[in-house]
Design a protein. Sequence first.
Length: 170
Amino acid sequence: MGLSAPLIESSVYRHKWGWARAYPREETQTLLGTRGPAALRPLDGGSGSRHGIHMKNLNRVEAPQADTRFEAPDPDDCKTMLDVRAGVDEIDRMLVALITRRQGYMHAAARIKPSRDVVRDEARINQVLSNVKAEAERTGLSWAIAEPVWREMMERCIAHEFDVWDATRV
């Protein structure tokens, strides 16, 4: 059964973040081996507690706990591209929420900084890169992936902060 299968005979699960996922019933049974939702797994693969990312809305996201749980299969447990895509989509939703929160801090910085001249802070850029590199090494994230992602995100955030700074000082 392909991804374009009709959802008339589908299982829709609503999980704690509020997003609905629908799979045709046969694929759900194949993916899960049961008619029920997948067991939640902690981010670190351990047993963890039952806490995760709790969202009030996209503008107010609490920081994820170290034991954040995923509904999608762990990468090592993926058997189909549907499994892989479910995991990627789940991560993308989390990233959007976290980057939205990061953007909120850019708004706060634009509001707090007294001068447009201090919006771009090279020392802080280097500090963030150093922090990210240490965390990437700790967690096994390739620096070849992390560095360009963070550099681009910081540049876009700085540009946004300039826009917000300008808009609030007109």
